[in-house]
Design a protein around this ligand. Structure first.
Ligand code: ZN
Length: 347
């Protein structure tokens, strides 16, 4: 069941779970400064507050298909966690070299001729703005096939690979970085780009296998991540809320067409692109919407600065939908849903 905005509890960073303090990695970490005893009342839950810096020892890995996906899906969440001291690593499966230039101002032969380098430069700017780490898996962008019938994907491109083989490098990275939490796309890739669907398959395979010493035995010491999430950046609930707020304010909504298409699909008896997984987790991250937009604008060739993504002011988004939404798909620790924190149960 979708989590209604009103039901979202206050951010979990203020709540202290008694289970949390038993994290040996955290308490023996020499870098953790002793926090000052609180001047006010004793923290709720008793344990942990004096020894456990928020975020310390926590690691988040976000698996994405192309450079720019990290900035349009979950970027404000990542920036918020970075600000709390969480280590965040973006995995970019492909080089994005097949992406078409979506910014009319940059649709020029001299840019198109060096698109792989341009996309690396753009990614580096976005990475710096979000404060995250970033690693390329180095697979070849499949491109978005168009036409009827659809042309085959380029030979050897990411979308054509066996997910079990393609997951190998990601398993290695999980075992090196040791994230407690991994985020990726749903089965449809969020939208059905072959690289997004493959990013999903590879992430799911790596999440399942990384902790198993019998799998990928040459890819390092096993590490079992605790939680797997799918992002819901294109949650219909969010678009509906933003659309109504714009209309109420007498502003033009860029979402009218998309919502109308969903309604029309309903009237014809089809279900609109299904929210296959309900929102379980809403991360409050409105303070980081500007960083998210700046990061996305860094991908200058991929994003029209006058386009869809920038149609609603950050201030209005903060008022209407100050969250990024996720579905918790698998957890190896006890959870209590809905949550407001990807690390709920791990702090
Ligand atoms: Zn993409």
């Amino acid at each position: 069941m979708p989590v209604t905005p009103g039901a979202a509890p206050s951010p979990a960073r203020v709540s202290i779970d008694a289970n949390v303090s038993i994290d040996a990695n955290v308490s023996i970490d020499a870098d953790v400064p002793e926090s000052q005893p609180a001047a006010g009342p004793a923290p709720r839950g008793g344990l942990a507050a004096s020894t456990h810096e928020p975020g310390h020892g926590l690691r988040l890995m976000a698996v994405h298909a192309h450079p720019d996906d990290e900035s349009s899906k979950g970027a404000a969440t990542m920036a918020r966690y970075v600000s709390e001291g969480v280590d965040v690593l973006v995995i970019t499966c492909t080089g994005g070299e097949a992406g078409s230039i979506l910014n009319p101002a940059l649709d020029k032969p001299e840019i198109l001729g060096r698109i792989p380098e341009v996309r690396r430069e753009e990614m580096e700017r976005a990475r710096a703005i979000l404060g995250v780490g970033q690693t390329w898996l180095g697979f070849l962008d499949s491109g978005l096939p168009e036409g009827d019938p659809l042309p085959p994907l380029p030979e050897g491109s990411f979308g054509t690979l066996d997910p079990e083989v393609a997951a190998g490098p990601l398993v290695r990275l999980i075992r090196e970085f040791r994230p407690q939490v991994i985020t990726t796309y749903d089965e449809n890739g969020g939208y059905p780009h072959p690289d997004h669907i493959m990013a999903h398959r590879v992430a799911v395979e790596a999440f399942a296998a990384a902790g198993d010493p019998a799998r990928y035995p040459d890819a390092g010491e096993p590490w079992e991540p605790s939680k797997l999430y799918y992002d819901r950046a294109f949650s219909p609930d969010r678009f509906r809320a933003l659309h109504s707020a714009l209309e109420e304010a007498g502003l033009q909504s860029p979402y009218a067409e998309r919502l109308a298409a969903w309604l029309e699909a309903d009237a014809e008896g089809h279900t609109p692109p299904p929210p296959t997984h309900a929102t379980t987790t809403q991360v409050e991250c409105g303070d980081f919407f500007e960083a998210r937009d700046d990061a996305l604008r860094s991908h200058r060739t991929q994003v029209d600065p006058e386009g869809f993504f920038f149609a609603v002011s950050s201030a209005m988004q903060r008022k209407v939908w100050p969250w990024e939404d996720y579905s918790l798909i698998e957890s190896r620790i006890p959870v209590d849903l809905p949550e407001t924190d990807l690390f709920a149960g791990l702090r």
